[in-house]
Design a binder for this molecule. Structure first.
Ligand code: ARG
Length: 465
């Protein structure tokens, strides 16, 4: 106990007259979650040491010692043999202490010209940059899987809904491509956020910069940052990039959740549009007949926790005066959980998309109910010269008559249809079919099968970029 405390007191030197209680130690420590940043912390330290040596602030020998020590620490961490100590508070102090154990004074010189404030901000940015790259790759995979399914179903007809009422027929391929568009914008948002993540805070030191002749651009280049941050107070204190990332992740999860809601509905036996492969579902412990779409349900639920993290981070930031405050230590868990949730969700959805069985005959039967081609009939009358409002009225009467007779518009006799408008002729039956209806919406963004195929080509070109 005393040995552990004395280890900690080394970090603050002799300033303190009494040790913190165990509760305070546990309350203020972050090592058990920020150790996830370890490899980024080492990467940042190596770039810093390289610059210190190049600037003559530390010797070449010190730099070599630091590199040797860090290589060993890295392998200890990777082998799960590194001993993380709560007494050393966070990932930064744990690694620095071990480095000093391994290489002596060179380890103590590493912290020259920097502070944990700019160090942690650098680590998080490195971590987030890698996370965004993983998310971008997975979004590509998911868009690809949905596009493959859309291609198989460019001609498959389903009812399109508004207000969850049958509205007009659409193709299932077109419906899937709507999500491909949404996830495409999510990728754009992530890539745009990455630009602002990719700035180097190191060199800001505690808050005001440092008296050593550092070369920040050199460190930025080593670490692959696009630029350095241009104000030291801003660099160590703001976490807007983390908020922005979590906001982009929230929108992404909102899209996942909308899709989940549809998958759950489509799989309901009352709807029966699709089946999801068994490996994404579970049974019931009491009802032997059940097959539940657990994965989309859970994804819908997990969306809430990502929104929660966004609110948490916004609230974390709002009351903080410049510059660094300990509040910021609380940025990590919401961020990590957001990244984990998004990565796992994207992986599982990509796999699940490939395991969807489409029940095209049920989709078609549903599209045949609910007068999905009523708008086509109205458009037909307009093309024959009737003003749209009058056409709308005539078709409304026809639909009502169908309702009473219990048949579809396409099943009505021509003479009966002509009672609603004398403009109706034999050629009306071509527009009353589902195939005629979708094929007629033949423009960019429309549901016609040949437009779906063009849209697929466009997406595939994007994915190949
Ligand atoms: N563990 C701290 C964090 O995550 C590191 C920075 C600590 N800086 C300080 N001045 N206490 O924010």
């Amino acid at each position: 106990m005393t040995a552990q405390l004395s280890k900690k007191s080394e970090a603050w030197s002799a300033r303190f007259s009494e040790p913190v209680s165990d509760l305070v130690k546990r309350y203020t420590a972050s090592v058990f979650f920020d150790k996830r940043l370890a490899l980024f912390d080492i990467q940042g330290s190596l770039a810093h040491a390289e610059m210190l040596a190049a600037q003559g602030i530390i010797s070449a020998q010190d730099r070599a010692d630091i590199e040797r020590g860090m290589a060993q620490i890295r392998s200890e961490i990777e082998a799960g043999q590194f001993e993380w100590l709560l007494d050393l508070e966070d990932v930064h102090l744990n690694i620095e202490k071990r480095l000093t154990e391994l290489v002596g004074d060179a380890g103590k010189r590493l912290h020259t010209g920097r502070s944990r404030n700019d160090q942690v901000a650098t680590d998080i940015r490195l971590y987030m940059r890698a996370a965004i790259d993983d998310i971008l790759a997975l979004l590509k995979g998911l868009r690809g899987a949905l596009t493959d399914l859309a291609e198989q179903h460019a001609d498959t007809i389903m009812p399109g809904f508004t207000h969850l009422q049958v509205a007009q027929p659409v193709t299932f391929g077109h419906h899937l491509l709507a999500y491909v568009e949404m996830f495409g914008r999510d990728a754009e948002r992530m890539a745009d956020t990455r630009r602002r993540v990719n700035r180097l805070p190191l060199g800001a030191a505690a808050l005001a910069g440092t008296t050593f002749p550092i070369d920040r651009l050199r460190v930025a280049k080593t670490l692959g940052f696009e630029d350095v941050s241009h104000n030291s107070l801003d660099a160590v204190s703001d976490r807007d990039f983390a908020i922005e990332f979590t906001a982009a992740a929230s929108v992404l999860m909102m899209h996942i959740s909308r899709m989940s809601e549809e998958l759950v509905t489509w799989m309901s036996p009352r709807v029966g549009f699709i089946d999801i492969a068994d490996r994404f579902c579970t049974g019931s412990s009491i009802m032997p007949q059940k097959k539940n779409p657990d994965v989309p349900e859970l994804a819908r639920g997990k969306t809430g926790r990502v929104y929660g993290h966004l609110m948490g981070l916004l609230t974390l930031m709002k009351g903080q005066p410049l510059a660094y405050n300990k509040d910021n230590q609380e940025d990590k868990e919401p961020l990590f959980d957001t990244v984990d949730t998004v990565l796992d969700t994207l992986r599982i959805f990509t796999d699940m998309a490939a395991g969807i069985t489409v029940k095209a005959e049920n989709m078609r039967a549903a599209a045949l109910q609910g007068y999905a081609t009523a708008t086509d009939l109205a458009d037909y009358l307009v093309k024959k010269g009737l003003p749209f409002r009058d056409a709308h009225e005539a078709v409304a009467h026809a639909v009502r008559a169908c309702d009473d007779a219990g048949c579809d518009l396409s099943e009505m006799a021509l003479e009966r249809l002509r009672e609603f408008s004398p403009l109706i002729e034999q050629d009306v039956f071509a527009v009353l079919t589902l195939e005629g209806s979708v094929a007629a919406r033949d423009h960019v963004g429309g549901t016609a099968p040949n437009q779906v195929r063009k849209a697929i080509e466009r997406v595939r070109a994007q994915l190949a970029e």
